[in-house]
Design a protein around this ligand. Structure first.
Ligand SMILES: *Cc1c(COP(=O)(O)O)cnc(C)c1O
Length: 457
């Protein structure tokens, strides 16, 4: 099973060519899911005692299964937070898999981890965090947020005997990503939400903390601000939140999973002022740093605190910590032990293209949001809900009910034309259903945007 089969090598080359060709063919349709029964009827039994053979399996994949996926990097995929991995990164993702590197410990993965760390140094430099700050690549923003929150909680517990028996509490806003609440549940931490989908400001945060009963105030250990909300691209008042955290002695976490890529963009960098005061930051290279899935990152001002929270102990692991195995062990700074060196494709792409190209590609996403905003303002039947922020645009089609948005989404998806999904925006106490764009792919064109908006006529 593990012998070299020269046909298999040829087939791998074919697969690579096929994948790269798909990426460069902008005429391809957006795929759409079929029902499981339909897929089963098309491909039949694939797991059998003797196997169906690689050629047959790949044929089925190409013919029936790949078209049932939605390519996240399609130029007219503007839903959720799309992705747009560079060809160089995609290529090196294959190399990463083929290299069988265990990315937990330097002793086994030194070459790969070295490259990851080079890429990480660049990301850390974008944040402006002080000397000594560093991070590791995770499976995504969710795992990064969990790793950071647990680090913060363990640090808080180390400060005071009483904290070791208390349930911790964090404050964030309703604009924060769902993973903050989900991961707080995993870590058994309470979450208090400041009721604003708009910018979380210093004053409202200070007021919320001030109104906490003593018992709750004692349990409060961290504030989570968002550096680019997933829904609307809003960057919280990071400078103000940092001041409050300093004054109240609270951990300051910035979730910039989506928006973190914009740290490289001169046109919006000022919005992130204050991020350099953070104790921890989440950034997803698989969102706006053009990495393939899955690649998140968690960065700490004081990585040694993460090590205290996450370093795993076991007699079989002792050798990795020995002087002789000297080096940086990524496993010590987040929740995962065995891991692929998922920062490696990013390193190769950065090394290939240089950081200026990254800046240009991110700026293009921001520019596309501005262009879409102008088109919407010029259209009599469309209206901006708010000015575009980072690369997110919220807009309404005058006269449409929620079901009209849903119907329009399905219709465009059915045709293989575009994927643009509705969202909700909170006005006062009511939620309005609206349409939303999120631009990541620099190859999205003005014509793509115009065609999508025209389909709302
Ligand atoms: C996408 C996102 C996350 C979750 O990241 P995953 O990589 O999907 O786990 C967390 N926070 C924000 C702000 C996000 O946009």
């Amino acid at each position: 099973m593990h012998k070299i089969d020269i046909d298999l090598v040829d087939m791998t080359m074919d697969v690579m060519k096929y994948v790269i060709d798909r990426l460069s063919n902008t005429k391809h349709k957006i795929g759409k899911p079929k029902k499981e029964e339909e897929l089963k009827a098309l491909v039949g039994e694939t797991i059998t005692e003797n196997g169906i053979g690689g050629e047959e399996a790949f044929k089925l994949w190409k013919k029936h299964l790949t078209t049932s996926n939605v390519p996240i990097d399609h130029p007219r995929h503007l839903a959720f937070v799309p992705a747009s991995p560079t060809r160089a990164a995609v290529m090196f993702d294959l190399v990463t898999s083929a290299s069988s590197i265990h990315g937990a410990y330097w002793m086994e993965g030194a070459g790969g981890i070295f490259c990851e760390n080079e890429a990480m140094r660049w990301i850390v430099s974008l944040t402006g965090l002080p000397e000594g700050a560093f991070g590791v690549f995770t499976s995504g923003g969710t795992a990064a947020n969990l790793s950071a929150i647990v680090t913060a909680r363990e640090y808080w517990r180390s400060l005071n005997e009483r904290n070791t028996v208390e349930k911790g509490l964090i404050i964030t806003s309703i604009g924060a990503h769902s993973s903050i609440k989900a991961m707080a549940k995993v870590a058994d931490i309470d979450v208090l939400l400041v009721d604003t989908e708009d910018r979380l400001e210093k004053e409202s945060l200070q007021k919320t903390i001030g109104s906490l009963p003593t018992q709750q105030r004692q349990r409060l250990f961290a504030i989570v601000a968002t550096g680019g909300t997933t829904n609307a691209g809003i960057v919280d008042d990071l400078e103000g939140v940092a001041e409050v955290c300093k004054k109240e002695k609270l951990w300051f976490h910035v979730d910039a999973a989506y928006g973190g890529g914009a740290l490289v963009a001169d046109s919006v960098r000022y919005l992130f002022k204050g991020i350099e005061e953070a104790d921890s930051i989440t950034i997803d290279p698989h969102k706006w740093m053009f990495s393939p899935y899955d690649c998140g990152a968690v960065i700490y001002k004081k990585p040694e605190l993460a090590k205290e929270a996450h370093s795993q102990q076991g007699s079989y692991l002792d050798i990795f910590k020995d002087e002789g195995a000297h080096g940086f062990n990524p496993t010590d700074y987040q929740i995962q032990l065995t891991r692929r060196v998922r920062g490696l494709p990013l390193w190769f792409s950065l090394a290939t293209h240089g950081t200026i190209r990254y800046r240009e590609a991110v700026e293009r996403g921001i520019e596309l949001a501005q262009i879409a905003g102008r088109m919407i303002e010029e259209s009599p039947h469309l209206e901006l809900v708010r000015a575009p922020s980072l690369s997110c645009v919220l807009y309404r089609r005058l006269g449409w009910k929620p079901e009209d948005y849903t119907h329009w989404t399905y219709e465009n998806h059915e045709k293989g034309f575009a994927l643009v999904t509705p969202t909700k925006w909170k006005v006062g106490s009511a939620y309005e259903t609206v349409s939303r764009f999120c631009f990541i792919n620099p190859d999205t064109t003005e014509d793509d945007i115009k065609a999508i908006l025209d389909s709302m006529n």
